[in-house]
Design a protein around this ligand. Structure first.
Ligand SMILES: C[S@@+](CC[C@H](N)C(=O)[O-])C[C@H]1O[C@@H](n2cnc3c(N)ncnc32)[C@H](O)[C@@H]1O
Length: 391
C-alpha cells in the first residue's frame, strides 16, 4: 500500500471555548510557572510523534516470529503472512498520521523537534523525550476514540452514559428550557463525549481532565473536526490475540460519528478545565456551586477516594446531586510507591451517608470499557450506579 503523506492543517491555538480560560497549554505564563509540567507536556507530544517508530518495533517482532515458520507451515495457513504485515504497516501509518495531526499545532513550541524535512509519517524521527509507559497511554487514548466518538462505541455508551443522562434528565426535566442553566461538572471526562451529550441537552456541562493525552485528543475531536467520519483509525491493529477472523484486528473506526460544532448552538454551554480534580475544584469559589457532579469510571482513580468524596460534597449545592457510574478498580492498587485507599462499596456508602448525602437510588449495571465486539476477550464490570443528594 502507498505511503501516507502527512496532512498538516492550520490549527488555532489550543483552547476549548471562551469559558475555558484556564485550559491553555500554549500559554507561556502557565508553562513557565512549572518547568516540570512543561517537560511532561513535551514528553506527551513526543509520544504522539513516536507512535510510528514505537509500532515499527511491534511490526518487526511479528515479522521475525513469522519467519521462524517452515515453508510447509506457511503454505498451509489460510492467512497470507506478507499480506498481514502489509495491512498492519498500513494501519500503523494511518494511526501515526492521526496522532501526528492531534499534536501538529504544538510543534513550534519545541524547536528541537524539527519536522521541517518530514513529508511522510514513516520519515518521522524518533524523539527520545517520551517516557516508558507513555506508549500504552497513547494506545488507550486511541481506543478511547472508539468508545467516545465512533458509531461502534454507541453500544458501550448506551451501557454507561445513557443511564446517567436519563437519571440527570429525570431530576432536572426543565434543563432544556430553563434560562439559568444547571451547572454540571464531570471530573475525569476522558474524551468528552458525555460532556458534549449533556451540553446538547441544555446543561452547562464542564469536563475536567488532567491527562494531556486526553486533553489534546478531546480538543482535536471536539473543536477541530469539520465533518462526520472525517478520520479513519485502527485502534486494535496491534492486538493479534483472541481473534475469530484474520481481519478482526484491522477493524476500521471512523470518527467522529457526530460533529459537535454542528449540534451545539450559541446557547449551549460546554467547557473543559485542565488539571487535577481536587487541586482545581477544592477552592472556596466552587463551594456549593454545582447542581450536579457526574463521575463515570472515575472515583477509583483516586489515591484516596475519600478526598474525592469530600470535594464532591463541598462543591455541590445543597440538594445538588452526585451521579456515579463505575467499578472500584482502584488505579493505584499494587503500586507500592503510591498511596491507595481501597474501600468496598459498603464502606464508601457508609461514608457518603455520614458525610451528609442521601443515597436516593442505587443499582448494579453491567458495562464494558473500551471494548470492541470483535475481540473475544473482554472485561465486564458490574458497575455501581447511584444517585446521592446533598442534604
Ligand atoms: C477510566 S477514565 C474514564 C473517562 C470517562 N469518564 C469515560 O467514562 O470514558 C478516567 C479518566 O480520569 C482522568 N483522571 C484520573 N484522575 C484524575 C484526577 N485526579 N483529576 C482529573 N482527571 C483525572 C484520567 O486521565 C482518565 O481520562
Amino acid at each position: 500500500m502507498d505511503q501516507i503523506e502527512i496532512e498538516i492543517k492550520e490549527m488555532d491555538a489550543l483552547y476549548f471555548d471562551k469559558e475555558c480560560a484556564s485550559y491553555h497549554p500554549s500559554n507561556n505564563e502557565l508553562l513557565e510557572k512549572d518547568i516540570h509540567e512543561y517537560q511532561h507536556f513535551k514528553n506527551v507530544i513526543a509520544c504522539f510523534y513516536n507512535y510510528m517508530n514505537d509500532m515499527k518495533v511491534e511490526l518487526q517482532r511479528i515479522k521475525t516470529h513469522f519467519e521462524t515458520l517452515n515453508p510447509d507451515q506457511r503454505n498451509n495457513l489460510l492467512m497470507n503472512y506478507q499480506e498481514r504485515i502489509k495491512k498492519l504497516d498500513y494501519c500503523i501509518k494511518k494511526n501515526a498520521n492521526f496522532c501526528f495531526l492531534i499534536v501538529a499545532a504544538y510543534v513550534d513550541m519545541f524547536p528541537e523537534m524539527d519536522l521541517s524535512q518530514v513529508k511522510f509519517v514513516s520519515d518521522l524521527p524518533y524523539f527520545p523525550h517520551a517516557q516508558h509507559g507513555d506508549i500504552s497511554k497513547l494506545r488507550i487514548t486511541l481506543k478511547q476514540f472508539y468508545r467516545d466518538w465512533s458509531i461502534q462505541g454507541q453500544a458501550e455508551r448506551d451501557q454507561s452514559y445513557k443511564p446517567i443522562i436519563d437519571c440527570l434528565q429525570q431530576y432536572y426535566p426543565d434543563a432544556k428550557t430553563k434560562d439559568k442553566k444547571y451547572q454540571v461538572l464531570l471530573p475525569g471526562a476522558g474524551l468528552g463525549r458525555l460532556v458534549f451529550e449533556l451540553a446538547s441537552r441544555g446543561f452547562a456541562a464542564q469536563g475536567n481532565e488532567f491527562s494531556y493525552f486526553m486533553l489534546l485528543s478531546s480538543h482535536f475531536i471536539i473543536n477541530l473536526t469539520q465533518k462526520k467520519n472525517q478520520y479513519e483509525l485502527y485502534p486494535f491493529a496491534n492486538n493479534f490475540c483472541n481473534r475469530l477472523s484474520e481481519n478482526d484486528q484491522f477493524e476500521l473506526v471512523q470518527i467522529p460519528d457526530i460533529v459537535p460544532a454542528e449540534v451545539l448552538t450559541e446557547n449551549d454551554q460546554m467547557s473543559f478545565v485542565a488539571g487535577e480534580f481536587i487541586t482545581v475544584y477544592h477552592q472556596e469559589k466552587y463551594f456549593n456551586f454545582w447542581d450536579s457532579i457526574i463521575t463515570c469510571f472515575f472515583i477509583d482513580t483516586a489515591n484516596n477516594i475519600l478526598d474525592y468524596i469530600d470535594t464532591i460534597y463541598e462543591i455541590l449545592k445543597p440538594k445538588g446531586i452526585w451521579i456515579n457510574f463505575g467499578p472500584l478498580e482502584y488505579h493505584f492498587a499494587n503500586q507500592f510507591s503510591e498511596t491507595s485507599i481501597e474501600l468496598s462499596y459498603e464502606d464508601i456508602k457508609h461514608y457518603i451517608k455520614q458525610k451528609g448525602f442521601e443515597v436516593s437510588f442505587e443499582q448494579m449495571q453491567e458495562s464494558t470499557y473500551n471494548h470492541s465486539k470483535l475481540d473475544q476477550k473482554y472485561l465486564m464490570y458490574n458497575c455501581i450506579f447511584f444517585m446521592a443528594v446533598k442534604k
